[in-house]
Design a protein around this ligand. Structure first.
Ligand code: NAP
Length: 291
């Protein structure tokens, strides 16, 4: 049995779709969910639903019974995440799970001085805990989801002709979430992945000046890129009524990008997919060519 945590989320649901498409019987897939109501679609496909919460150790241990492999999708509560993740790993050990595939995070500076330390620290602690657990493991150090780029650009980027982000000329090797999910499915059904840490990045990293150039070509309008300071950015977004936590998150990623924290490329994803991942140019074309 393969269990997918976060199965009602985008990454989990997409991985289950790939497993089914690749011929895995739904009777061999278990979806861990917090809310059974949200899992009706998965249930209708024949996937077994088990209810568990990363905050509740007993629910996890009960849900992991009879499971051979887990795709452990990181939780979204940045504050409680370390404790939650340690619950998942120890419950898996207690339940006799053989292999955990974990969706981690990638930044060059893996110390407290990283602008993304708040995001990275629980992932790094989880990686250590997994490695020490004695359970077979595979770590996916995921780059930024490319699907988030339109949110960084802003809804009206073509209309205003301006990208406003404190990312300088820094680059990011962002990847489509669906391709991260497909790679996860391939690992779950493949072999020889034990003990490996994969850099889930694109083959080429890209910058916002490059995005502005691509968008100008696609839209036929000049799209300018302005890189303010983080303070100027926060002030402008606050004036537009954007909540502080979103500003912090967007600013953290942008500043990290400016300092080269996200400028990683690797062929690991290409090898896992058996093809090159979708490029930023192709993604922008898909999103903006009809606007
Ligand atoms: P998502 O759609 O928000 O899904 C998160 C999933 O985790 C949901 O199924 C959610 O359950 C579940 N979950 C959250 N807290 C839980 C808990 N305490 N116990 C059990 N399940 C819990 O996010 P996603 O897009 O699939 O992304 C998955 C993860 O990747 C995120 O949680 C985050 O850690 C990470 N992420 C990375 C990037 C990146 O750029 N690399 C971007 C976004 C997210 P409910 O449906 O019940 O809420």
């Amino acid at each position: 049995m393969i269990l997918i945590t976060g199965a009602t989320g985008q990454f989990g649901a997409s991985t289950i779709e790939f497993l089914l498409k690749k011929g895995i019987s739904p009777s061999k897939i278990v979806a861990l969910v917090r809310d059974e109501e949200k899992a009706k679609d998965l249930k209708s496909k024949g996937v077994e639903i088990r209810v568990g919460d990363y905050n509740n150790y007993d629910s996890l241990e009960a849900s992991f019974q009879g499971v051979e492999k887990i795709l452990f999708i990181s939780g979204s509560d940045i504050i409680k995440r370390t404790e939650q993740h340690l619950n998942v790993v120890s419950a898996a050990k207690e339940a006799g799970v053989k292999h955990i595939v974990y969706t981690s995070f990638q930044t060059r500076n893996e110390t407290e001085s990283s602008p993304l330390w708040i995001v990275a620290k629980s992932h790094l602690k989880t990686e250590v805990c997994l490695k020490e657990s004695g359970i077979d493991y595979t770590i996916l150090k995921n780059s930024l989801c490319m699907d988030m780029i339109p949110a960084f650009l802003g809804e009206k980027v073509i209309e205003t002709g301006m990208i406003f982000l404190p990312a300088g000329n820094g680059k990011v090797g962002a990847v489509l979430r669906s391709e991260m999910a497909e790679a996860s499915a391939n690992i779950l059904i493949g072999s020889n992945h034990n003990g490996k840490t994969n850099l889930i990045t694109n083959n080429e990293a890209f910058s916002y000046p490059e995005i502005a150039k691509n968008l100008s070509e696609i839209s036929g309008k000049t799209i300018n890129y302005i890189s303010p300071t983080a303070d100027e950015y926060a002030q402008a977004l606050t004036e537009h009524g954007v909540p502080a936590e979103y500003i912090g998150l967007f600013s953290g990623f942008a500043v990290a990008q400016e300092f080269g924290e996200l400028d990683t490329t690797s062929s690991d994803l290409e090898e896992l997919l058996g093809r090159k991942p979708t490029s930023i140019k192709s993604f922008l074309n898909q999103i903006y060519s009809s606007n």
